[in-house]
Design a protein around this ligand. Structure first.
Ligand code: COA
Length: 448
């Protein structure tokens, strides 16, 4: 076990004593978890690796435990519990699937091995506290400050609400976890047990920007006005867009996920947050996942704050800023304007996250713009992402989308009739699929 060095000489000694009293090896910390109940995990980089490894060991020991494990965007730190052998004792429930979930589903040859709970991210803090009460939360935090507070660092999302509401809070202190301002601090008095583990914080690898990303990114950047407040969603395209806005003036950030592209925007001088109506002068987010440079940028930075998803993703809060711009991606769209952002090959691939939260917030915002951007094809051009009619789960009804962007063009569906939107969507499709789409549009009586 590592022993943390209290670097600040003027720390409150009562809090240091409480810290020391609660500090224990991870095996002892996880032995406190009841045999049955709901356990939540920190999101992405906030997953606690030492606690998860110890919990997996406890489950492997043959003890008769049955825990429902709830989380969103599982990443490498929680990988120890993603073991098929443990699935009769640890029942996984994800709100947003990641590579780790998909790998386990494939390995098990059973898609239902992980249960998906559909929900908008802005509603998740309430769902995780009011509808599924979490008995335990296990999460990585930054070192305690002199007032006895740990920062949740890269995570806030559901974590701050659950940390304050759960019966048992197990924290894994990591001196590499950035300390972030805003509303994410948890006091040592609320913590049940502390373990220390100072391994590097998990990073989301940078995705190379492709030629298509460039075409789409430039197209969107041209439409974004100076003084816009941006949300950049998950996936290759939204992150690439930031690259093309470095000549903009006085942009702001109010985003669900803070990603590596933001640092370049800040360094170029384009990001000032100077004209936001709410959280002026601050970059605000609810979860952060990216590279080391991003983590260094948010650490101890008074211009960056995190808030719970119930605040950041609330469409009413988003709309308080004028010129709110959301940029998200989709798996497929149909000729009606319906959207699937989360199903691939007939089953859940990711989740809806905060896509709807920001799309509807941007529409409500004065001068707001909501973009859905995606390549016109998948699988090396063999599949059209624009289809006659989505055959399965919808992430958005046809009423929600505003601007739709592919490498072939851009159109605004707001105000468009059934025939106008069918033709506009066909315009955005790859030329190889246009004839078929038009034929289907006629067959479905969408166009004459
Ligand atoms: N048909 C078949 N396969 C498809 C497909 C389609 N229409 N669209 C995508 N795929 C496949 C891709 O080929 C790729 O497969 P591969 O990994 O075998 O190459 C995989 O699905 C992922 O597609 P890709 O386009 O690379 O995904 P992405 O990482 O850019 O993410 C979304 C795109 C839509 C999945 C992602 O943005 C998402 O989950 N969005 C929903 C939530 C959201 O936007 N939240 C907003 C706030 S964070």
């Amino acid at each position: 076990m590592f022993v943390i060095t209290f670097r600040r000489m003027n720390m409150n000694l009562d809090f240091c004593a409480e810290y020391t009293k609660k500090l224990m090896p991870q095996e002892k910390a996880v032995s406190l978890i009841p045999k049955r109940g709901n356990l939540a995990l920190g999101l992405a980089a906030n997953g606690p690796p030492a606690l998860c490894a110890a919990l997996a060991e406890r489950a492997r020991s043959g003890e008769n435990i049955s825990l429902n494990v709830h989380y969103q965007v599982a990443a490498a730190p929680v990988a120890p519990i993603f073991d098929i052998e443990l699935m009769d004792r640890l029942h996984l429930h994800s709100n947003f699937l990641s590579d780790l979930d998909r790998k386990l589903m494939k390995e098990a040859g059973n898609l239902s091995i992980i249960d998906h709970t559909p929900c908008y991210l802005w509603q998740l803090p309430r769902i995780y506290t009011e509808y599924i009460h979490m008995d335990v939360l296990m999460i990585t935090v930054s070192p305690m400050d002199r007032h006895g507070y740990f920062s949740l660092g890269t995570s806030n999302d559901y974590s701050s609400s659950v940390a304050r509401d759960c019966d048992m809070l197990l924290v894994e202190v990591n001196e590499n976890m950035p300390r972030v301002f805003g509303d994410n601090q948890i006091h040592v008095s609320k913590v049940t047990a502390i373990v220390e583990n100072h391994q590097p914080i998990n990073e989301l690898p940078d995705r190379p920007v492709t030629q298509l990303d460039e075409v789409i990114g430039r197209r969107i950047a041209e439409m974004v006005p100076d003084r816009a407040t941006l949300q950049l969603g998950i996936g290759g395209i939204p992150n690439a867009c930031a690259k093309f806005m470095t000549d903009h003036k006085d942009l702001g950030i109010h985003t669900e996920m803070l990603t590596s592209g933001i640092v370049g925007l800040y360094e170029s001088g384009a990001l000032t947050n100077k004209y936001k109506e709410i959280h002026r002068h601050k970059t605000v987010f609810t979860l952060c996942w990216g590279n080391k440079r991003l983590y260094e940028f948010i650490h101890d930075n008074p211009s960056v704050e995190s808030y719970p998803a119930s605040h950041i993703n609330d469409p009413y809060i988003i709309a308080m800023n004028d010129r709110a711009v959301s940029i998200n991606s989709a798996v497929e769209m149909d000729l009606f304007g319906q959207v699937n952002s989360e199903f691939v090959g007939g089953h859940e691939f990711s989740g809806v996250g905060g896509q709807r939260d920001f799309m509807s917030g941007a529409f409500r915002s004065k001068g707001g713009l909501a973009f859905l951007a995606f390549y016109s094809t998948a699988k090396n051009g063999t599949i059209s992402k624009i289809v006659p009619r989505i055959d399965g789960i919808l992430s958005e009804t046809r009423m929600e989308p505003m601007w739709v962007v592919t490498e072939h063009g851009i159109c605004n569906l707001k105000g468009k009739s059934i025939s106008e939107r069918a033709l506009a969507m066909i315009d955005l499709a790859d030329p190889r699929f246009k004839d078929d789409l038009l034929r289907e549009a006629k067959r479905m009586n969408l166009v004459r």
